[in-house]
Design a protein around this ligand. Structure first.
Ligand code: UDP
Length: 497
């Protein structure tokens, strides 16, 4: 009797850093747990993750990378616009999603003759077009959710966007079905239209929304980058209603334990910083004393807002690392930063461009994180026990903020209630006083701040446990690999949930 061939899974991420990075972690994790992996990328994105590709090849992990030519010209995008963070203006986002759909035929052609034949596909929820490819190749398809379960539950399940249409006030709170007993007083979890549906309610995205929902209903199962202890109420509620297998496999960032520091430090982009210098600086700081300020891969702050943040950080008297994207595109910011960095050189480290975030957050000197609450950033903070100042911008981030501030109680809200796109381009959303006040509250030695740090350490321990043998995410990954071993031909593709 010969052993059956290993399962072969095809991973299709959304071409955006916040989606590629956890999928890459998952690729390495599944490969180490006995699966053959094919990872779909495009030429520009492949170049960004090259250190990881090289590392994978060196370590003989069974992962193949397939580069699909990206149809920029056909779709009406500028050449090279292959990642969400390269889209030059917000009105081109729907065009970007249409361009992705054009990859369907190319993907099918590349997969149909692959040996061994894929047994399973895991597609990012934003790639609903993969449903047809999986169906025509007769392979199972699982949806991967990069965002949190709290968001998936409140926006996808029950098609809540329809309920939100019934209220006129953006801030009127609606009790989300199935989420009773949210707080100590036994109240239901409530959300308002301004915060819950994220991109689901944006004009121009109706077609994508319907496709995403339909592809999710038709999928054979769901994989989520979360862990049960970080949002138990939402994971449980989701599992109850979704009617198919759900594997919670996070925090995927904890899997990134590559001993080659240069591959680890990059995590999907070339870091715009001298690693040695940064680590030396961090090593010279006291434990838990440094604040890290960064707003993910997509958010760009206007000039006025950058100056307000800088002034607030300066007034707070706390040492900080501050990540600023596209500073070089604005001479006024560059000029201002020159003076700022000179004034603050004794306690600041400014990174203009891509920061090695995972490394920074895991350093013992880092004791606070001003974050936009993207789910990866949130999980990275949680998994490293770093308390947060929450400044959500759009999408799932307002709900992630509530998880951090109300549920886990490891963060302080900076007080933003309105998504970034509802502001004027040059409008200032947060004043320097609010930056200073929240930074001082988070980083001081008082009892409340200390209790917050203790809770952050407790949830970090739970995050680590969940990824260790016997932990919930570890066991779910075992079950997922077992599931992928099943004979593909026994599988009946769902057409509707
Ligand atoms: N990231 C990073 N350096 C940066 C900006 C982002 O390493 O300068 C990583 C971050 O660690 C996270 C991902 O990019 O893994 C961003 O994902 P998130 O969901 O937090 O936010 P998004 O960029 O999708 O808004």
């Amino acid at each position: 009797n010969t052993a059956p061939p290993p399962p072969h899974v095809v991973l299709v991420p959304l071409m955006a850093q916040g989606h590629i990075i956890p999928m890459l972690d998952m690729a390495r994790l599944l490969a180490e747990r006995g699966t053959f992996v094919t990872f779909i990328t495009t030429p520009v994105n492949a170049l960004r993750i090259k250190p990881i590709i090289v590392r994978v090849h060196e370590s003989n992990l069974p992962i193949d990378f397939i580069e699909l030519p990206f149809p920029c010209t056909e779709a009406g995008l500028p050449p090279g616009c292959e990642n969400c963070d390269l889209i030059p203006s917000n009105d081109l986002f729907p065009t970007f999603f249409s361009a992705l759909q054009l990859l369907a035929h190319r993907l099918e052609q590349r997969l149909k003759d692959l040996v061994p034949h894929p047994t399973c596909m895991i597609n990012d929820m934003f790639n609903p077009w993969t449903a047809n490819v999986a169906r025509s190749l007769n392979i199972r398809r699982l949806v991967f959710h990069g965002p949190s379960c709290i968001h998936i539950y409140c926006s996808h399940v029950f098609h809540l966007h329809k309920i939100y249409e019934t209220v006129t006030d953006e801030f009127e709170e609606i009790a989300v079905p199935g989420l009773t007993d949210y707080d100590d007083a036994g109240r239901s979890f409530k959300v308002c239209r301004m915060h819950a549906p994220g991109w689901f309610n944006w004009p121009g995205y109706e077609k994508l929304r319907e496709e995403v929902l339909h592809a999710e209903e038709a999928a054979d199962g769901v994989v989520i980058n979360t862990f049960d202890d970080v949002e138990p109420m939402f994971v449980e509620a989701y599992k109850k209603v979704v009617g198919k297998d759900v594997w919670t496999v996070g925090s995927l960032c904890l899997y990134d334990k590559d001993d080659d520091f240069s591959a680890r430090i990059v995590r999907g982009n070339k870091a715009a910083v001298d690693q040695e210098k940064l680590l030396c600086w961090l090593d010279s700081m006291e434990e838990n004393s440094v604040l890290y300020v960064s707003f993910g891969s997509l958010i760009r702050m206007n000039v006025g807002q950058i100056l307000e943040i800088g002034s607030g950080l300066q007034a707070s008297e706390v040492p900080f690392i501050w990540v600023i994207k596209d500073a070089e595109k604005c001479p006024k910011v560059e000029e201002w930063l020159e003076g700022f960095e000179r004034r603050m050189s004794f306690r600041s480290f400014v990174i203009k461009g891509w920061a090695p975030q995972a490394v920074i957050l895991s350093h013992k000197s880092v004791g606070g994180f001003v974050s936009h609450c993207g789910w990866n950033s949130t999980l990275e903070a949680v998994s490293n026990g770093v308390p947060m100042i929450t400044w959500p911008q759009f999408g799932d981030q307002f709900l992630n903020e509530r998880l951090v501030v109300e549920f886990l109680r490891i963060g302080i809200a900076i007080g933003v209630k309105i998504p970034v796109f509802n502001y004027g381009e040059d409008e200032i959303r947060v004043r320097r006083d609010d930056v200073e006040r929240t930074v001082r509250s988070l980083m001081n030695d008082g009892e409340v701040a200390e209790e917050r740090r203790i809770r952050a350490r407790e949830i970090k321990e739970k995050a680590i446990k969940s990824m260790e043998e016997g932990g919930s995410s570890y066991e779910n990954i075992t079950k997922l690999v077992e599931y992928m071993k099943q004979e593909p031909r026994k599988v009946v593709q769902r057409t509707k949930a």
